[in-house]
Structure formats: structure tokens, C-alpha cells
Design a protein around this ligand. Sequence first.
Ligand code: DAH
Length: 340
Amino acid sequence: MQTKLTSILQEAKDQLAAATTPAETEEVRVRLLGKKGQLTEILRSMGSLDPEERKVLGQVANSVRSQIESLLEDKFTQVKNAEKDARFRAERIDVTEPGKQRPLGTKHPISITIDEISRVFMSMGYSIAEGPEIETVYFNFDALNAAPNHPSRDMTDTFYIDDEILLRTQTSPVQARTLLKQKPPIKIISPGRCFRVDTPDATHSPMFHQVEGLLVDEGVSMTDLKGTLDSFAKQLFGSDVKTNFRPHFFPFTEPSAEMDVSCFKCGGKGCRVCKGSGWIEILGCGMVHPHVLEVGGIDTEKYTGFAFGMGVERIAMLKYGVDDIRLFYENDMRFIEQFK
Ligand code: DAH
């Protein structure tokens, strides 16, 4: 048994010398000192020896065990350090290596235009309201006084999801939603995406953007509407532009108008941008129809309001001289980067 103990010690030395990782070292430990380890078995079998023999061998066995334990401890320290060193070496950062260029993106011209429009109205005290792009037929049409036979309600003009739900054709439903949610004075704009069944060409896209506006308070009149939108046009296109209001029809306003700005390109003399007329149409507007206010639970004896809506793509095309609406949606960086 003594020789066996000596050979176990030698084995431990050989095996530990060969081990290079903590896992391999652990295997050696289990093989010798584990529950079924070689030394453990010997120690366990000692109970059957006679007391004299047990005393002598017990001492040897304990000494072998403590030697192995200390060998194991040294080996664990060594292989763990080696492992750490290797990891540090592998993870070392070369601080002299040139940095990676991360190209910065740019704002999309439609976002830039929405920001510019919003900034003007926010400076006049308007806040931003939002509404869903997937809208109910009720808010998109009925609440806005659109007659059941209104042509824009047609299947061929509007993307219906089912009989009651559609992709909103305009941002105007946000008017109705805001009237239900807020009490006068109300002063909001609402930029967002709209959808209409249209074959894409240079000036049409089935998806486009609008900015809606709504103001409701006591004593609001058409002069407030004209003053506000004239000031907006001057801030957006330049202080020289003039505005002109032409009568028009919208179901949710009465009276309704379209606003033209004098051509900021030629100053009104007539050019390619204004198609020779000297004027450019940029938005629809009007005094909010009493039916719309009533749907929103507003006291029409006390309150009046005006509303307006403009196409963002159209304004961006005019401002930046873009001649094809489809360019906005191709995400060609050579185009988008020009608006930095
Ligand atoms: N929603 C109208 C459209 O898409 C634009 C519009 C016109 C909005 C007049 C308004 C308004 O708020 O008062 O053609």
C-alpha cells in the first residue's frame, strides 16, 4: 500500500505537469481526490487495517494527500494566470490603429420641411397633436361633414381595410379627435402621413404628408385666419411674398378657401415654377364648419375656429426645386444628402 501511495504521488506530479488549463487540472483533482478518486479509495479502505499498520500508513497517506493538495493549488494558480494572460493578450486594443469612420446620416427633406413648418407655428403658440394613420371611416369622413356620396370616399380613391377602417386620406381627422379631447382655446398643428389610391407620377404618390392646423377660441374670425397664414407664408418663403385667398369648397369648413403665395422664384412676374401665373397654391383653409364643432361637443354659440391643411411634399418641392415627388421615397443618399 505504501508503494501504491508513492506511485499515486508520482502520478499526480506527472499528470499535473501535463495539465495546461484549469479544466485539465480539475480532472486530475477529481481522479485523485474526488469521491471515487484513487487516494480517496485508499483512505477509505484503511478502516480494515489493523491499528498499528493504520497508524503508519495513515501518516503516509495524509502526507501524500497534503502534498497533492498543495501541488493542485499551485497548478490552479498557474493555469488560471496563464489563461488570464492569454485573454488579455487576445483582447489587447491597439490604440495606434486609426479610428473607424462612422458616416452621419442626414435629415430627410420631408422631415426638414415638417420641422420648418412646425417651428413657425410653434413660435405662434401652437402645439403638436397626433392621430393614427390607420383611421376610422367615421373620423376621416363622417365627423368632418363629408357627405355619404363625397367622391373621396370612393373605393377607388381610398385604401379601405374594411367597411369601417381605412388609411387616412388627410390629417383632418386629427381635428375631430382634438375637438373631442381638448377644450377651447385649442391651438394645434398635426403633421403626418396620408394615403390615397394614386398611380405614382412626378406629382402623385399613394403615400404623402400633410400638416393640419386647428384653432378654436372665442371670437375667431376670417381675419385671424388670413393674418396667421399670411405670417406663416412670409416666415416660410420670405418676407416679400404676398398671399391671396381664393374661395373653394371643403366639407369641414365654411367658408373655405385656398391660399396662394406670390411666386418666390420670380416675384410674381411668371416663370416655370408658378407656370406663368405668378402665384402658387400652397394650402386649403377655412372657418371650421359648425357641424364639425358640434361633433366635437363644442358650444358653437360661444366658439368659432379656423383650420388649414397643406401638403408637405408640395411645399418641399417648391422650396427646394425638386421636380419629381418620387425622389423623396427612393432613399438615394446622393439626393438626400443635398439637404444637409
Ligand atoms: N384635408 C384637405 C385635403 O386633404 C386639406 C384641408 C383643407 C385641410 C382645408 C383643412 C382645411 O384643415 O381647413 O385636401
